[in-house]
Write a protein that binds this ligand. Sequence first.
Ligand SMILES: NC(=O)c1ccc[n+]([C@@H]2O[C@H](COP(=O)([O-])OP(=O)(O)OC[C@H]3O[C@@H](n4cnc5c(N)ncnc54)[C@H](O)[C@@H]3O)[C@@H](O)[C@H]2O)c1
Ligand SMILES: [Zn+2]
Length: 351
Amino acid sequence: MKKIHVDASCPYDVLLENGILADAGTHIAPFCKNDYAAIITDDTVNALYSTVLEASLLKEGIRTVKFVFPHGEQSKSAETYIEILEFLAENHLTRSDLIIALGGGVVGDMAGFAAATYLRGISFVQIPTTLLAMVDSSVGGKTAIDLRAGKNLAGAFYQPKMVLCDPAVLNTLPQDIFRDGSAEVIKYGVLGSRDLFMHLKEKGENFDRTWVIAKCIEMKSEIVRADEFESGQRMLLNFGHTFGHAVEKMSNFSLSHGRAVSIGMMLMAKSALAASLCEEEVPDEIEAVLKAFSLPLETDYSAKDLYGIMLSDKKRSGDSLTVVIPSEIGKCTLLKKSTDSLLSFLESAVI
Ligand SMILES: NC(=O)c1ccc[n+]([C@@H]2O[C@H](COP(=O)([O-])OP(=O)(O)OC[C@H]3O[C@@H](n4cnc5c(N)ncnc54)[C@H](O)[C@@H]3O)[C@@H](O)[C@H]2O)c1
Ligand SMILES: [Zn+2]
């Protein structure tokens, strides 16, 4: 079993092992003093993995109640969030009890926000079941729900007590969702590890899951340790996301997040090269790895349209925007750009 320590304001461990779900009870018991927990999950994951989890908790004498909601981003709403809080109250969860989030990023974000706010905060454990949730959303303590006005607009920084990662559950993940998560994994390679990048380029979707997931979690946990509340270095994790978000929004979210980030990384690499801000090999290398995962490389949207969308981005501060430049494979740098200069920067990548 691999143990990765996340040194956040409330430190915790990520335990990573094939098959660890069946032993979840043993690992969770120390955090469940009253032997009572609420599992929060979606209908798809519930059908696949709840029975194993519940059996392992029962073996440790932990009683459970379970809240199941329909899968998908549309459930990450204020309505479901309030339903969860009401469910916790009806079932008399106290501050000595525990919430267990079993699922992808939607479950983790919503269960985490419920945990952060129910009784002003009760303990929670994350059991991520998508690649994205394992390498990204379950580590770092960001929790949120969507509002009608936009995604992730209400939330809290709230760390779990522990994260249990079982790569074996990825065997049931549909290929397009696995690919989406892979875009984030590739992002980690570009921003901080040439070894990881080269492994992904060589192996494509047959990468070594345990090694790669561990590497990504280690990188994210190091970035979170240095900048838990996103005032500086944590912005590096946005590589590919400035342009990516714009493409995602332009498509009215018909293009998935991972695919949009893939395009965003490619655009950023091309713009960086045109502005002599990266080594010459960077765009070709990124293109090669994205192709190995059958991820998209370009968009039909015009630079002007994407620029318009970016101006309304919440990460913009005043008249400037911080972009993440892939200076070389394995190293990104933050660059503050005036919004005026962003259009021509982007135009160099979008025909
Ligand atoms: N908190 C953060 O730091 C952070 C970071 C990135 C993304 N996010 C959020 O994460 C969410 C996206 O997460 P996601 O991509 O995991 O989506 P998701 O949770 O909707 O999961 C995708 C689909 O896969 C299904 N699924 C999950 N695990 C499965 C398994 N093992 N086998 C078969 N099917 C399975 C789910 O039921 C769902 O239909 C977004 O809401 C995004 O805002 C949060
Ligand atoms: Zn992302």
